[in-house]
Design a protein around this ligand. Structure first.
Ligand code: 13P
Length: 313
């Protein structure tokens, strides 16, 4: 059953987090719904504008609605990730989404307030919620590459003013994560002092962590052992950091890169070991199984496993 993100965040705040899984293919949608039903974990299925260009909005949304029919005992929201003004307006008028993100974080503060406010007004008129962003994450996402030196942590002293002026429903904060496979390469990590101050200023308000992939070392090693060339010194957000962040009001954790890495590892290993093969269904089945295991582990880590019953009662 599709529900609002307000329903999900109202239940999880401070206790567990909702995995917001970026999708762009049938395999991901199928694995996600199948495993969420088994785990009884509520989740958010989300698409960026680049995913929508690749898979087409009608195709991806139809596959989501087919998955919901195949796995009826699921509770989920459909979300537009990193929406431009145009993409957000399209998503709102489609009537298919639970919520949209308007990403005007690269704009000046005043422009971010203005663009976000306009989207909130239009979305609320149609009963959708809006995620906004303050601060800038580094890394590569949707073809946009933000260099490490251009990242900007969220300024805690701006958050109350921003939320009250825009009336957004959740806030993505830049507290040390980045998008993509090349995250922390030294001893950097999440900036819990900033996160704590944001929570103190916005008690009970749902916060969103972008860049939530862990970038497993073993996956990178296996990719490189089968012909890949990914940097080995980077790491993502650790399990301990994720658990701690939940206590500070992080309700939604965005995950895209880890699924890309699994896709790369499965297919590189398969074609390296079986160069005579050309049937996509064979590695496709392995990919589905590996994705399912990955999503199951994430639900456990975020402690969203078995939470569907809280939402049904
Ligand atoms: P990762 O690149 O860490 O998976 O983050 C994805 C994300 O934040 C999507 O908005």
């Amino acid at each position: 059953m599709q529900v609002s993100t307000e329903t999900l965040f109202g239940n999880c705040y401070g206790k567990y987090a909702i995995a917001a899984i970026n999708i762009w293919s049938m395999e991901q949608i199928h694995a996600l719904f199948r495993v969420a039903e088994i785990a009884q974990a509520p989740f958010i299925v989300q698409m960026t504008p680049v995913a929508l260009d690749y898979g087409h909005a009608i195709m991806l949304l139809s596959m989501i609605s087919a998955a919901a029919e195949i796995y009826p005992d699921t509770i989920y929201s459909i979300h537009l990730d990193h929406g431009s003004r145009k993409a957000a307006l399209n998503a709102i008028s489609s009537g298919k989404y639970s919520s949209v993100m308007i990403d005007a974080s690269h704009e000046t503060y005043e422009n971010n307030v203005q663009i976000t406010s306009e989207i909130v007004e239009k979305a609320h008129a149609k009963n959708l919620e809006v995620e906004a962003e303050l601060g800038v994450l580094s890394g590569v996402e949707d073809g946009i590459n933000v260099k490490a030196e251009d990242k900007k942590y969220t300024q805690p002293e701006e958050v109350e003013d921003f939320v009250s002026k825009t009336a957004c429903d959740s806030l993505a904060v830049a507290v040390g994560t980045s998008h993509g496979a090349y995250k922390f390469s030294g001893d950097q990590g999440l900036q819990f002092d900033i996160l704590e101050e944001i929570q103190n200023r916005l008690p009970g308000f749902p916060l969103v962590l972008h860049g939530g992939s862990e970038v497993y070392k073993d996956e990178i090693k296996r990719i490189n052992a089968s012909g890949g060339n990914l940097a080995t010194d980077a790491r993502g957000v650790s399990a301990d950091e994720i658990k701690k962040a939940i206590k500070y009001g992080i309700c939604k954790i965005n995950i895209a890169t880890d699924a890309r890495i699994i896709w790369t590892r499965v297919h590189r290993e398969f074609f390296m070991k079986s160069p005579e093969q050309f049937d996509p269904v064979i590695p496709g089945n392995t990919y589905l199984k590996e994705l399912e295991k990955f999503y199951m582990d994430k639900f456990d880590l975020l402690e969203s496993t078995n939470r569907v019953r809280d939402l049904e009662s």
